[in-house]
Design a protein around this ligand. Structure first.
Ligand SMILES: Nc1nc2c(c(=O)[nH]1)N=C([C@H](O)[C@H](O)COP(=O)(O)OP(=O)(O)OP(=O)(O)O)CN2
Length: 140
C-alpha cells in the first residue's frame, strides 16, 4: 500500500456551546471559546488516501483529483463560513476539532471510493485547529 496525502487550509468561525447547559456552565467548560465569543481559526487539513499505483499512470490517485474532491465536498462548504450556522454536515453538532474531523470523514470517504471505483480508500484525516491543537481520525 502507498499512503498519499494532500494538505489544504481554510478559515472558519465558530463557538463552543451546549444548549442544554446554562451560560455559566458553558463558560466554565469551554472557557474563551464559549457562547457569545465567536472567533475564527485558520484550519489545516491533511487528507491521506491509500492504494496501489496504477500501472499506466504510476499514481495511486492524481493529487489534482484528490484536491478537487476535497475542495468541492468540504473546503468550499466551510471556508469563510460559520461552522455552527452555515455548514450542512455540522447541523446540530458541537463544532470541536474532533467532531468536525469525523463529520468530514463522513462526507469524503464515500466520494473518494466512488471516484476511484473502490481502488483507493480514505486512510486518515488530520485537522489542525491551531498550530498546537489537532485531531486525527482513521474511520474507527
Ligand atoms: N478537545 C477539544 N478541546 C478544545 C477544542 C476542541 O476543538 N477540542 N477547542 C478549543 C478552542 O476552540 C481553541 O481553538 C483551542 O484551544 P487551545 O488549544 O487552548 O488554543 P491556544 O491557541 O490557546 O493554544 P496554545 O498553543 O496552547 O496557546 C478549546 N479546547
Amino acid at each position: 500500500m502507498i499512503y498519499l496525502s494532500k494538505e489544504l487550509t481554510f478559515c472558519a468561525a465558530h463557538q463552543l456551546y451546549n444548549p442544554k447547559w446554562s451560560k455559566e456552565k458553558n463558560e466554565e467548560v469551554f472557557e474563551g471559546c464559549a457562547h457569545e465569543n465567536w472567533h475564527g481559526h485558520n484550519y489545516h487539513l491533511t487528507v491521506t488516501v491509500k492504494g496501489r499505483p496504477d500501472e499506466d499512470t504510476g499514481m495511486v490517485m492524481n493529487f489534482k483529483d484528490l484536491k478537487r474532491i476535497v475542495k468541492k465536498e468540504v473546503i468550499s462548504k466551510v471556508d469563510h463560513k460559520n461552522l455552527n450556522l452555515d455548514v450542512d454536515f455540522m447541523k446540530g453538532k458541537m463544532t470541536t476539532c474532533e467532531v468536525l474531523v469525523e463529520a468530514m470523514w463522513g462526507v469524503l470517504a464515500p466520494k473518494i471510493s466512488e471516484f476511484t471505483d473502490g481502488r483507493v480508500v480514505l486512510h486518515s484525516l488530520k485537522l489542525y485547529e491551531t498550530n498546537t491543537s489537532f485531531a486525527e481520525y482513521y474511520g474507527e
